[in-house]
Write a new protein. Sequence first.
Length: 113
Amino acid sequence: MTKHEPDLSLLFHALADPTRRSILTRLAEAPARVTDLAGPTGLRLPTVMRHLSVLEEAGLISTAKDGRVRTCAIVPEALDPARTWLDEQRAIWEGRLDRLDAFVTNVMKERTK
């Protein structure tokens, strides 16, 4: 078994929620104030703050406070560990499927002899 990185678990946990994904989609356009992020969700501010906390803990966003205004920005490179892991998994499964295809092709050739 491979050792799972805790950061990877945090990333997938943060990405598992549709509200958090929509917040990330909005932040991909430009940084935004927390109140601007809360508006479209229809959620109360404390709930949105919890979602933002999960995203920040996973390293997907950064926040800055200027007076009473908190602004959030996306950190795109935080997705790199997930992308790397998914690419590794894809390579493993493509190799397995290639071997299965070769096996089935050989079996079919032997039956036609």
